[in-house]
Write a protein that binds this ligand. Structure first.
Ligand code: NAI
Ligand code: MG
Length: 494
């Protein structure tokens, strides 16, 4: 294994950010965050428990009920958000290094994609902040009616570790634009960049209590948020299993609405007429981007029989060339998985694949002698009923399935509990259109994959979730509509 470069980064912020200040947890408890390259501890951070959630919610409630954020003009909120975006941009290099250290993601991906995308999200929703308005209603009697679009209130946001800072900005940006106040909990695997971002929010002029950032465990701090009586909405990204727990907690507490962005098992369909070289590139990226830790990964690759053999051969050649190594080294495409639990889970799925008699063509092995690296893996002869074709692996495992006709692949593509995304590679627009209408998923990619944009609603059908993020839909989930009706006494009724 190549010598591990030591990034020159000092971790500056490790405490909970509540009411505009970094504070220790009420219990004084801390936990360690680990470097996925080695499994060694990077540092310890404050651990939020129920008591800290209570303190943070109180601060957010006070900021919502009495503070300036929901009351200032949308223009002013947008201006502060743009300033925040500028500050994140100025600290991008340090944030990227911190993100790679905490998550194991290749550094270039943080520098050139994820953090810039997060910044874009802030600016995108800053632009919406002064364009939120209601309707004038056409009443059927002598009344004047209109709607107000009001911020939903105190929102709880729970994010995962697979794109820590990007998820952070994806969640907070629309909520800030609407005038909500926020308690956000980072994933226990990756608390560092969210704290840094909290400091920058303060410098940008986001008032105390508007953005409260907690680190802590899901079953403790996350669960306390989900059942909190004074949180008005929860937005969650993570596993389907936890999504269900969050909905249950809402049902048993104050019936807060929930937005859930959950797992997937997205099909990527490659038709005989597709350009095979291009298909290899797209399929490779669709499965191995971020070491497979992507909710909308194209983890079921359906290849039509006419090009199946050629595709399989070339996919294996490409996977073998994948540059694995320390994510700080230039040129490295593939770093470690996030932690031991995910590493073990993926290796277990690889064993299931072998047991169920899929053919393992490449990979399937641990890479290096420490940390959580797994080689890019390919199975062919995969059948729809196998575990590796049904369940989310969240790792670098491509399952290749053969099919004959578009009718058949539409039917098979829809046959999982998930419905997040799907892709099709073909030169035939009629086939692409037919596929797009027939798949029960939230996003369809034609001749591309994993293209995600702030102006493009994102979310799942079926058990991939509830609600949409990005675009105006992402904004609406942080608003409440209020109808206002008033008699028209002396004015003409038009
Ligand atoms: P998870 O769903 O347990 O964790 C995601 C977030 O939820 C974290 O912030 C965690 O602290 C929080 N959480 C956990 N339990 C909670 C609870 N009872 N109440 C409230 N919040 C809770 O995901 P985990 O365990 O990290 O990964 C398990 C699997 O989930 C992965 O293998 C993958 O299949 C899927 N996953 C999907 C993601 C996506 O982007 N859709 C992201 C992360 C994981
Ligand atoms: Mg979990």
């Amino acid at each position: 294994m190549a010598k591990m470069p030591s990034p020159s980064v000092t971790v500056k912020y490790t405490k909970l950010f509540i009411n505009g200040e970094f504070v220790d947890s009420v219990s004084g408890r801390t936990f360690e965050t680990f470097d996925p390259r080695t499994g060694d501890s990077i540092t310890s951070v404050a651990e939020a428990t129920k008591e800290d959630v209570d303190v943070a919610v109180k601060a957010a409630r006070n900021a919502f009920d009495h503070g300036p954020w929901p009351r200032i003009s949308g223009y002013e909120r947008g201006r502060i958000m743009n300033k925040y975006a500028d500050l994140v941009e100025q600290h991008l290099e340090e944030l990227a290094v911190l993100e790679t250290l905490d998550s194991g993601k290749p550094l270039a991906g943080c520098q050139y994609y994820e953090i810039p995308e997060g910044i874009k999200g802030l600016r995108y929703y800053a632009g919406w902040a002064d364009k939120i308005h209601g309707l004038t209603l056409k009443m059927s009697g002598p009344y004047q009616g209109y709607t107000l679009q009001e911020p939903i209130g105190v929102v709880g946001q729970i994010i995962p570790w697979n794109a820590p800072l990007l998820m952070f900005f994806n969640k907070i940006s629309p909520a800030l634009a609407c005038g909500c106040t926020i308690v956000i909990k980072s994933a226990e695997q990756t608390p560092l960049t969210a704290f840094y971002a909290a400091q920058l929010a303060k410098e940008a002029g986001i008032p105390p209590g508007v953005l409260n950032v907690l680190s802590g465990f899901g079953e403790i701090a996350g669960a306390a948020m989900s059942k909190h009586m004074d949180i008005d909405k929860i937005s969650f990204t993570g596993s389907t299993e936890v999504g269900r727990l969050i909905m249950e907690a809402s049902a048993k507490s104050n019936l807060k609405p929930v937005t859930l962005e959950l797992g997937g098992k997205s099909p990527l369909v490659i038709m005989d007429d597709a350009d095979v070289e291009e298909a290899i590139k797209i399929a490779h990226m669709a499965v191995y981007a971020n070491m497979g830790q992507v909710c909308c990964a194209g983890s079921r690759v359906f290849v039509q029989e006419g090009i199946y053999d050629e595709f399989v051969k070339k996919a294996v050649e490409r996977a073998k060339k994948q540059m694995i190594g320390d994510p700080f080294l230039p040129g490295v495409e593939h770093g470690p998985q996030i932690d031991k639990a995910q590493f073990d889970k993926i290796l277990e799925y690889i064993e299931f694949g072998k047991k169920e008699k899929a053919t393992l063509l490449t990979g399937g092995q641990i890479w290096g002698d420490r940390g959580f690296y797994i080689e890019p893996t390919i199975f062919c002869d995969v059948k729809d009923t196998m575990k590796i074709a049904q369940e989310e692996i969240f790792g670098p495992v491509m399952s290749i399935l053969k099919f004959k006709s578009i009718e058949e692949v539409i039917e098979r593509g829809n046959k999982t509990m998930y419905g997040l995304a799907a892709g099709i590679l073909t030169k035939n627009i009629d086939v692409a259109n037919r596929f797009s209408r027939a798949l029960r998923v939230g996003v369809i990619w034609i001749n591309c994959f994993l293209v995600i944009d702030k102006d493009c609603p994102f979310g799942g059908f079926k058990m991939s979730g509830i609600g949409r993020e990005s675009c105006i839909q992402g904004l609406q989930s942080y608003l409440q509509v209020k109808s206002v009706i008033c008699p028209l006494q002396e004015s003409p009724w038009l």
